[in-house]
Design a protein around this ligand. Structure first.
Ligand code: SF4
Length: 377
């Protein structure tokens, strides 16, 4: 198959659904976590769970970059705009995420902060070059997919000698999050879900390759199938996972061979390693503090590190008491289990982060599944 439409073809989907139903053994239950918010969105949007037998359950994971950004980090960005009077450049998805004191970046803008939406880090560097008298900060969030462009722009700023540009680095790492789901102390607090395997991320894997997941397959006995973002990709991955479970195999398989290799993109990996280093610890929204799960800017590029330039300190802030984002991000609860879902908390008035981005589980449920009886995600 060469074109997107073929990966959404209804007849092919029916065929795959029949193959899944034939492969799933009626005497057992299957639970697979789709780690990535893009998969959650695709599954909800295309009603993939409606095509699965009742004993095959999809569990949403923490792979939405906006959802896992803790309140304390958004507070830092807001302080840059309101107290340090910097031009704060952010991807659009972050603007409405609730922060402390009833604020968000968008509300900080209405309080006089110069907050600007950008489509890429390069846009932020351009704004810095156009405004030499102002400090300009790029709010860098996301998993391994968005990290290489941040590295590129820091190197460019260094090469050009731009003095008024810096990056608030909040990049996080996928393998650490998967490991945390499988074994962190919070699992004991939140409880855990029995997982039979993972649908591995698509875009992230184009950068890091499939090799980092081999550890999970071997060490935790969990099969991983890396899948593209189209509905047929996800269904094919589910079929491959069911077959592994049935055969007692725990391997990394790659459904997304049109974009992912075992080694990934070496050039991007080298670039990231040149500019960033591992952070000792980083707090994830709803998942607690995870050691070595995020990146910081290396000393060699310290001039472009907003945390050092503005002597910013991180203060952890608890989530809204009634918000179940933490349990949802770990796959322990579903959005409908949250008392605020669809009443107090909606995409127009998000209380927690999972309701903000279209990749968040609550937003995906609300947009595509909420009105369906017994609706699936
Ligand atoms: S519905 Fe809203 S408050 Fe409840 S878990 Fe989702 S984002 Fe949090």
């Amino acid at each position: 198959m060469k074109y997107i439409d073929e990966f959404r073809d209804g007849e092919l989907a029916k065929g795959l659904a029949a193959a899944i139903a034939a492969a799933a053994r009626p005497e057992r239950q299957y639970a697979f976590m789709e780690f990535c918010g893009g998969h959650t969105h695709a599954i909800s949007r295309h009603g993939v769970t409606d095509l699965l037998p009742a004993n095959v359950r999809m569990v949403h994971g923490p792979g939405c970059p906006v959802c896992v950004l803790p309140i304390g980090r958004i507070d830092m960005a807001i302080r840059l705009a309101l107290e340090h009077r910097a031009i704060l450049c952010s991807y659009g998805d972050c603007l409405r995420v609730p922060a402390s004191g009833g604020l968000s970046l968008l509300k900080a803008k209405s309080h006089g902060g110069d907050v600007r939406m950008v489509y890429s880090p390069a846009d932020a560097l351009e704004i810095a070059r156009e405004n030499p008298a102002r400090q300009v900060v790029f709010f860098a969030i996301g998993f391994e997919t968005t990290t290489p462009p941040s590295a590129v722009v820091i190197k460019q700023a260094a090469a050009l000698g731009v003095k008024n540009f810096s990056v608030l680095c909040c990049h996080v790492l996928t393998p650490s999050a998967i490991m945390s789901i499988l074994e962190s102390p919070e699992v004991r607090r939140w409880g855990t879900v029995p997982l039979d395997g993972f649908v591995g991320p698509a875009h992230v894997s184009t950068v890091i390759g499939s090799r980092p997941y081999e550890f999970f397959a071997a060490e935790y006995r969990k099969p991983v199938v890396i899948a593209g973002f189209e509905p047929l990709d996800v269904m094919q991955a589910i079929l491959m996972l069911i077959r592994q479970v049935n055969e007692g195999r725990c391997q990394v398989e790659n459904e997304f061979t049109r974009a992912v290799t075992r080694e990934g993109n070496r050039k991007a990996q080298d670039l990231v390693a040149e500019v960033f280093e591992l952070r000792r610890s980083f707090e994830w929204r709803g998942m607690g503090t995870i050691p070595y799960s995020a990146l910081a800017i290396r000393q060699a590029f310290a001039d472009f590190d907003a945390e050092r330039r503005f002597a910013l300190e991180y203060h952890p802030v608890p989530d809204h008491k009634a918000c179940d984002c933490g349990a949802i991000l770990r796959g322990v609860k579903e959005p409908r289990d949250c008392k605020l879902f669809g009443s107090v908390c909606t995409p127009e008035n998000p209380i927690g982060s999972c309701m903000v981005s279209s990749e968040g589980a609550c937003a995906a449920y609300y947009t595509y599944g909420r009105h369906r009886e017994g609706g699936a995600g």
